[in-house]
Design a protein around this ligand. Structure first.
Ligand SMILES: Cc1ncc(COP(=O)(O)O)c(C=O)c1O
Length: 366
């Protein structure tokens, strides 16, 4: 058994998740957001399934190309890009880009002439569990103006693009975004510009300690809204990260120590924390489920903390976490549904702890 902590990815589960999404939204192109889990075996598997890839940087572009993914399948989806990175992507064959400012659009026009562009607008969707705030997206009015400008700059117009925020649990979010995208598409049609695609982003949730709506609820909302608000020419693009890989991962960790702290609470220290994989416990946004070898024993509340000497390296102190009262140093703990935004977030060597290692299991090919 490898030394903990480590993450095991079940490839069969990734494939199952991909196929379930394809079946739920059969007309949509599925674009995997590589940042959620840039594991080569996952990229290869999804490429074989026919996925496209949302890449955020030159590093992700090179990783995908190095694995044999054709550049036409990549979309450089990060709206914040240096001119030289756009030029690099273009030289490597990437022909699809997202943007949300005139500045970035001009850089794309200069360094990726003739490329297809999607304009990200900030939708009026309700806040998600791990929100983007106002970091990305222009107003819908600007999206219309900028897509016209894109055409005038000799670029190909993909269409409007929104992301309802990661781990979005309100199905209405997509309906709101699609309606707004539909209005942008209408404005473009008035100017003689057909919309090739509407990118409805990621955000599809998975169930952690709290249950989230499944595809059986979300897919009909998306399909109905698309039928109601989007022109027939516009193909749907969906850009999931978490929904494809989250449930496929399990972190294997170990209890380093248990103590009754001066605050009167039981603190449990694990060998995994905020800096070596559990970044999404920031603000206690994501409430992961734990499984221990003492499950079945009586449980009580616990504060769960990571191994570094950093005061912020506490996973849960407000969220109620119930763990066996018998838990002690050396016990193994599994953290479930940790396939997304864990290993790729872990620091290089904070406090000297190495980044989270990843092992893959399950059938790579069928
Ligand atoms: C541009 C972009 N697309 C898609 C995603 C995937 O989001 P999710 O994992 O919520 O599906 C992200 C996540 O940050 C993103 O930045």
């Amino acid at each position: 058994m490898p030394e903990s902590p480590y993450l095991v990815i079940d490839l069969a589960r990734v494939r199952e998740n991909y196929r379930a999404l394809r079946a739920a939204l059969p007309s949509a192109r599925i674009r995997f957001a590589v940042k959620a889990s840039p594991v080569s075996e996952i990229i290869e598997l999804l490429a074989a399934e026919g996925a496209e890839f949302d890449v955020a940087s030159v590093g992700e572009i090179e990783q995908c190309l190095g694995l044999g993914v054709a550049p036409e399948r990549l979309c450089y989806g990060n709206p914040i890009k240096k001119a030289r990175d756009i030029a690099h992507a273009f030289a490597r064959g990437v022909r699809r880009y997202a943007f949300d400012t005139e500045d970035d659009l001009l850089r794309i026009a200069e360094h990726a002439p003739g490329a297809e562009v999607e304009c990200r607008f900030l939708s009026a969707a309700p806040q998600s569990t791990t929100p983007f705030g106002a970091k990305f997206g222009c107003t819908p009015t600007d999206a219309l103006r900028l897509l016209v400008r894109a055409r005038d700059l000799g670029l190909r117009v993909g269409g409007p693009y929104f992301h309802v925020g990661s781990q979005q649990t309100d199905p209405a979010a997509w309906r709101i975004g699609i309606e707004q995208a539909g209005r942008i598409a209408e404005g473009l049609a008035d100017k003689g510009i057909p919309v090739a695609s509407v990118n409805i982003g990621g955000g599809l949730p998975i169930s952690y300690a709290d249950r989230a709506p499944g595809l059986d609820v979300l897919a009909p909302v998306i399909a109905d809204a698309a039928a109601e608000y989007l022109p027939e020419t516009a193909g749907l693009v969906v850009e999931p990260g978490r929904a494809l890989v989250g449930s496929a991962g399990t972190i294997h960790a170990e209890v380093i120590g248990v103590r009754a702290a001066p605050d009167g609470r039981r603190w449990i220290y694990l060998d995994i924390g905020r800096y070596n994989g559990m970044a999404e416990t920031e603000n206690e946004y994501i409430a992961y489920r734990f499984r221990t070898e003492r499950d079945g024993d009586p449980v009580d509340e616990a504060v769960v903390a990571g191994p570094t000497c950093d005061g912020d390296d506490v996973l849960y102190q407000r969220t109620q976490v119930l763990l066996p009262t018998t838990l002690r140093a050396g016990d193994r703990v599994q953290i479930l549904d940790t396939g997304a935004y864990t290993a790729s977030y872990s620091s290089v060597s904070f406090n000297g702890f190495p980044p989270l290692t990843v092992h893959v299991s399950g059938a790579e090919r069928e």
